[in-house]
Design a protein. Structure first.
Length: 305
């Protein structure tokens, strides 16, 4: 099966907005092709998300108090026991109000680099949002939390030296005016928040490099942070590798982290829309379209009631 994750936010004026739902629809299509599954069109995907949010609009938290997490799911449901694509598939969407992903809220998280287990391998399914990818991280994640860490940072499975991603988010490393993140080469998820942060950073004049990052670079970094639908933009306080704990990174006034550039940029460009909403699609029944800073379409759909 495949799943997606996105969020709906309530604005100060009561309207509800979605975060780039078309990107989730496209990612599900790419994953379905890899898994030999039929997939809803992007239009069907977005319509299903809108209908589900509309039906559950009372559960969207007030402005600044959380968000409505949206979980589209596509799985084989037809009767089959053999090793073959299912004869029938089910697509559904469910939602749940949520707060911060980490119990610490927006406080910096502490990561440990995993050296025994790997999240994905070249030629596998690490680049799509298939259910099995997340089962593979449970053992390492459980061990890390028993040791007092918030999450696990994985290395590549071949050289065992290059950063890949955290269990549930992409990773960024900052040094001076350069923001680096691992490249999309089939073993890490092409995150939608990742893509948005790259676009915003470049628009602000930062140099963004998508490259293989040796794990040792975390010890010389000015800042490290994670991005994802669930975590949004999460500052990293430290990274531990082979028993060595990395520097305490800048988390209150650093080059690129939530309390400074991301928040001010979002507030300035999106008129105080809730955190994480870099590109937002307004929901209005008249389906009128606007354009954002990067010429992406907004669809307005009023959720007043």
């Amino acid at each position: 099966g495949l799943f997606e994750g996105l969020k709906a936010y309530r604005k100060k004026d009561g309207d509800v907005v979605l975060f780039r739902p078309e990107e989730n629809g496209l990612r599900m299509q790419r994953g379905a092709e890899r898994m030999c599954m039929p997939s809803p069109s992007v239009e069907q995907f977005v319509d299903a998300v809108k209908e589900t949010v509309w039906a559950n609009r009372r559960w969207v938290p007030p402005f600044g108090k959380g968000s409505l997490y949206i979980r589209p799911l596509l799985f084989g449901s037809g009767p089959i026991l053999g090793l073959a694509p299912a004869p029938e598939y089910t697509f559904l969407v469910y939602v749940s109000p949520v707060g911060n992903y980490f119990k610490e809220g927006l406080a910096p998280i502490n990561l440990i680099v995993e050296t025994e287990y790997h999240r994905a391998t070249p030629g596998g399914t690490g680049g799509i949002k298939t259910i099995g990818n997340y089962a593979a991280v449970l053992k390492a994640q459980t061990n890390a939390k028993l040791k007092g860490y918030n999450e696990v940072l994985y290395l590549d499975a071949i050289h065992k030296k290059y950063l890949e991603e955290v269990s549930g988010c992409n990773i960024f490393v900052v040094k001076g005016n350069v923001i680096s993140t691992p490249p999309i080469e089939g073993t890490i998820l092409p995150g939608i928040t990742r893509k948005s942060v790259i676009e915003i950073a470049r628009n602000e004049g930062y140099q963004v490099e998508e490259r293989r990052i040796p794990v040792e670079e975390v010890f010389d970094a000015d800042e490290v942070f994670g991005t994802g639908c669930a975590v949004v933009v999460s500052p990293v306080g430290s990274v531990t590798y082979l028993g060595k704990r990395g520097s305490e990174y800048e988390t209150g006034h650093g080059h690129f982290q939530y309390e400074s550039i991301i928040q001010s940029l979002v507030c300035k460009r999106c008129v105080s829309i809730p955190y994480g909403s870099f590109y937002l699609r307004n929901l209005h029944l008249d389906l009128g379209f606007l354009s954002d800073l990067f010429d992406a379409a907004f669809c307005e759909f009023s959720l007043a009631y």
